[in-house]
Structures are given as structure tokens and as C-alpha cells.
Ligand binder design. Sequence first.
Ligand code: 5GP
Ligand code: ZN
Length: 119
Amino acid sequence: MDCLFCKIIEGSIPSNKVFENENIVAFHDIQPAAPIHVLIIPKVHIASMNEVSPENMPIIAEIHQVAQKLAVDLGIAESGFRLINNCGRDGEQTVHHIHFHLLGGAKLGALTGISNSHQ
Ligand code: 5GP
Ligand code: ZN
């Protein structure tokens, strides 16, 4: 499958991994939007939140467990962080393999709303 994150999982595209188990991989975002910016993804290809089903929902729960652990490991649990999923066109999802952004290490700006380019 021609999917950037599937290639990162299989290792044909390099990444700076911070976590891996049988179900999940986490790695530093190539264009960090905060001092800590990690992407947490399932190894199974799920395109977006729209494709999450009762069968694969446990992996979404496990991603949250991994996010909690990584926040501790990366030293941002106490200071706080944001866990974000962008879905679809209006959500500005650019990679169509579901992923959760773990952001922290500085006070983050307000959540953005409607962008001018999308009005
Ligand atoms: P989205 O906008 O789809 O929610 O987020 C996709 C994220 O993937 C972006 O933050 C972008 O910087 C990141 N990204 C895109 N290509 C690569 C890559 O080749 N390697 C890594 N580590 N991150 C990538
Ligand atoms: Zn994929």
C-alpha cells in the first residue's frame, strides 16, 4: 500500500522512533510544532477516525495508554500536553493513516478554529 506511515512502520522510510510494541509505533514529527511533537500510530492501516470500528477500537484505547506513558517518559506529564487527531479535509489531515499528535514542552497556543483558507 502506498502509505507514508506504513512505510515508516516497515522501516523503508526512516524515522526517529521513541516507542514500539506489537501494535503501535511512535516517532518524532519531521516538522515539530512544539518542543515535544511525537506521532503515535497503529501498525494496522486505519485511514482515519472515520474508519475506527468496534473491532479496532481497542487499538485506539491502547494509543491513549501509550500517550500517557510517553508523556511521562518525555517529561511532559506534569507540565501538560495535548493529544490531537486530525480527521479528513476540514480537520486538515494530510497523512491518511490514523495518527495522534502528542504535543508539549511549552505552553501551547489556543486551539485553532476556522482557517481563512477553508472558509
Ligand atoms: P496531519 O496533518 O495529517 O494530522 O499530520 C501529519 C504529520 O506528519 C505532520 O505533522 C507532518 O509534519 C508529519 N510528517 C509528514 N511526513 C513525515 C515524515 O516523513 N516523517 C515524519 N516523522 N513525520 C512526517
Ligand atoms: Zn498506512
